[in-house]
Design a protein around this ligand. Sequence first.
Ligand code: ADP
Length: 560
Amino acid sequence: KGSQHSGGPLTLPPGFTSEVYDEFIAAARQILGEQNVTVITDVAQLSLEHYTDPSKVHDMHNVVEKTYFVASAVLCPRDVKDVQDIMKLCNQFEMPVWPFSIGRNTGYGGAAPRVPGSVALDLGKNMNKILEVNVEGAFALVEPGVTFFDLHEYLVKNNLRDQLWIDVPDIGGGSIIGNAVERGVGYTPYGDHWMMHCGMEVVLPSGELIRTGMGALPDPSRPHPDGLRPDQVPGNRAWQLFNYGFGPYNDGIFSQSNLGIVTKMGIWLMPNPGGYQAYLITLPRDEDLHTALDIIRPLRLQMVLQNVPTLRHILLDAAVSGNKKSYTQKDEPLDDEELDAIAKKLKLGRWNFYGAVYGPEPVRKVLWSVIKEAFSKIEGAQFILPEETKDHPVLQTRSGTLQGIPSLDELAWVNWLPNGAHLFFSPIAKITGDDGMLQYSMTKKRCKEAGVDFIGTFTIGMREMHHIVCIVFDRYNKEKRDRAHWLIRTLIQDAAEHGWGEYRTHLALMDQIADTYSFNDNAQRKLNETMKNALDPKGILAPGKNGVWPSNYDREAWRI
Ligand code: ADP
């Protein structure tokens, strides 16, 4: 494993001497220029810890020692050719390289690499252009550094929001590419970002450049001067319109994987629906979760619920409005009575359902009446519109988020505890009352054992739900960190025993979760590793990402 070392980087990559490392850095500087290569020589370079000014080197929400998941240097390519040249160099030196777009990836490891001492490839710093916004086709083509804020601001500045909306996650500072390849979600009808991506340009581990889908077909009707590099040639006119192209569909192997570096990606934008109304439905009792999920499933499948709505536990909303100290002096997890008191104070329910209806007024009216009638089965349910109240700050924020307006408001819940950091536990389940209640009670029980408040939300997809549990801990307190780590490991195990798996995870849990996807003697992992070894024979690109290890690494030796 990476070793401490004086003079060179803080952490050398595995198998490197400082002399060979220095040779690599000198060659990287030749390619990228001095200003685009920073070696991490001092723990003081691991001091950033805020979302608004994120580290490109370490995990700001470290659940293991902060100095463990760290890069040895940050390389910032200026263009696609630089990316290709760096991949060739990494092959030559067998240097592990960890690409990211912005590197926020909050709750899942940030910019940090799986293998300590890897070089970080910061794609977003210099490669951050919105290459095209096409109104007629309702899509954008972007480079890695384009954030949700950037694209939204572009639409606003160019007076395009009356025609096109984007879809945003809870917090808008991440990259469109990073979020989509990690299969992140947002909350409009276009909430499944991977589903809505269309066409990619990818640098393979060898340094070769490909375009997927229709992008593989040259378009002679888009003439260009001779001598352009392949990455500069205009794409096929249907590249961002039809995902599949011809033959095997390749895009999937570049999602949550370590088989390529995405340098351009298309994303579908949502035509302005011509009207919009956000709403909140509060549900008073804990067990209302059961009834609510059985109400939600048919409505969502029929698309009466048009967007990705969320069913949030009271403490998630409470934590956005204030920290734990502002509600109680108690250290232990809050009990039912205390949760009821908080709900009363905030005029919320134990569960709070945030959704929206889209379309011209008659459409909205009819959808809203169906939704209202269905939820009226729950005794004490209240229906609240943002225009009618000043009391519900989360509703005001969600009203923006559900129409694709990015915000930073929801960063606040991480301050529930002092020095708050967080991990996400995010299993998938059927949208049924039975599944939801079982998953919730299992999670709540383990949270209690760990001395942690349950803070969570159910995010309703097309046919399943992501249960997002926010495990908040004090990042300066080793005992609390260890408890959070114990909690998530235990939850992953419990979930697997019920047949539930997570959709995404933090660096420290990747191997454990990959182990749970074990059908037929881990046949899927064998396939992934066969592809890994074929496309990346030196095992340089993000080794260990999501439990996929190249043959020159010993998985067992790298377990956390
Ligand atoms: P965010 O957009 O939230 O800041 P990151 O940029 O950190 O997130 O991306 C999250 C993860 O997605 C990275 O750790 C990496 O595994 C993967 N990723 C991000 N951008 C790319 C890319 N351009 N090519 C390949 N993988 C990427």
